[in-house]
Design a protein around this ligand. Sequence first.
Ligand SMILES: Cc1cc2nc3c(=O)[nH]c(=O)nc-3n(C[C@H](O)[C@H](O)[C@H](O)COP(=O)(O)OP(=O)(O)OC[C@H]3O[C@@H](n4cnc5c(N)ncnc54)[C@H](O)[C@@H]3O)c2cc1C
Length: 519
Amino acid sequence: MKREDAIQGLNEGILWDVIIIGGGATGLGAAVDAASRGYKTLLIERYDFASGTSSRSTKLAHGGVRYLAQGDISLVLNALEERGLMMKNAPHLVKNQKFVIPYYEWWGGPFYTIGLKIYDLMAGKLGLGSSEFISKEEVMEFIPNLIDDDLKGGVIYHDGQFDDSRLAINLAQTATESGATVINYCELIGLEKNDDGMIRGVKVRDNENRKEYIIQSKTVINACGVFVDDILKLDDSNTPDKIVASQGVHIVLDTSFLLGDHAIMIPKTPDGRVLFAVPWHNKVIVGTTDTLMKDHSENPKALESEIDFILETAAKYLCKAPKREDILSVYAGLRPLLAPEKEGMDTKEISRNHKIIISLSGLISIIGGKWTTYRHRAEDLIEKAIFIGGLDTEDCKTKTLKIHGYKEGPDFSDHLYVYGSDKEKLLKLIDENPDYSKKLDDELPYVEGQVIWALRHEMARKLEDVLARRTRALFLNAKASVRMAPKVAGIMARELNKDSEWIEQEIKNYNEVAAAFLV
Ligand SMILES: Cc1cc2nc3c(=O)[nH]c(=O)nc-3n(C[C@H](O)[C@H](O)[C@H](O)COP(=O)(O)OP(=O)(O)OC[C@H]3O[C@@H](n4cnc5c(N)ncnc54)[C@H](O)[C@@H]3O)c2cc1C
């Protein structure tokens, strides 16, 4: 996956079947779907792959127990099927995670057990294990540092857990291997229309050198997440806003706050939200919030009130109450939700189902959906593209398509497991050069060879790409990632043949991004 080769494709006067704008879960999934059906596919992303919402999730491949409680049966059925397919096609990245729901009222046991048995039944053959009722003693055995006052018992259930930005990179690699061209740091700046007002291509800018290109395509897909409205307005300035952005925040703590390998799910916090505490890459993620945002940016920042809410709520359940100074990293993501029809509707009540909009110009836009259901959204999008673009019909292949890195039974205790089948090649690279095994910081497991790998094989271009999304340093320990930045920038400059000015600028840019993750 080389950016130089991909950019070359823009010069060749190709008539593309499908151009996809946006390199998050939705766009990358669509690129995999289209390319694997044999369509000439181009995907452009204005920053890095998954730099938007798709690297800032709770990292759950789940049916959504919460949506079951809301009665959204079709959403849960679909998400459970997709959870199973994700695990089948990317077993190196999606693992089976046990969750405990502790309950504090006498009716909690039967209530949650029945609900979760229905969840298991709905998953059918793709189920990850049966839910079971457990005693108070068993809850304390699995989560030794849960506050046990008034605890009556618990219910265990299973869901999937994954690394969101690593899956995004693997999707970009899968798309490329299926014949697609994918390019990061390449932005849509205009839509090209014929005399009848039908979209026939796009104008894009290579954000690395500001060079612009006009490219022809039979169809254009707008998968820009919370920025979908910007593209819709580029098509027709009178389009009313179609989305609302709801912010969700997570804090990251060290594992002493959640002992054991079980996650906790609190289905209803005192103010009616869901709270998760989930082990992830040897840390614990706690969140999330649901805050309606008027404005949105590409690097959203947690509100003080959101951090306080998470700390206060976690303190109600965990013996070791986390404080601000314990937070290793805080990250915020924006859910692109369909603007509610009713004024004043709570964001928690807005459906997480996706919606595809076909504009009069033929522009295909998508709003909403979860990471878990990316494959299904992609299939839906490409079915629409076949119809709009008059493409030869080809069946969808992605239900059984193995994702790049596919490897059964990886050793999840080795932090390099995320590379799946690439791990052996990465180890060989590390073996070949003694410097490559050097750790980048004492508090994180990453080594120099991973930086080189990210540049050579994963289209990392900027310091932030390496520290936030190829490795997860920024999310796991923001301060450590800032400490690592000069060393990583130096390694990158040597590999990419850049000068000291580049290093200085990269570190400056990185520190600005990292500021939103520091408390
Ligand atoms: C806090 C939170 C927790 C979540 N947890 C989960 C979870 O545990 N499990 C789950 O299944 N789902 C979860 N989700 C939902 C999931 O993360 C999102 O549904 C999914 O990531 C959306 O992907 P996307 O591709 O639609 O959007 P994005 O990831 O935002 O991608 C859109 C991309 O378009 C690009 N773009 C915008 N304008 C342009 C342009 N002009 N040119 C080129 N590119 C452009 C952006 O840079 C961006 O990268 C969560 C969401 C949030 C906010």
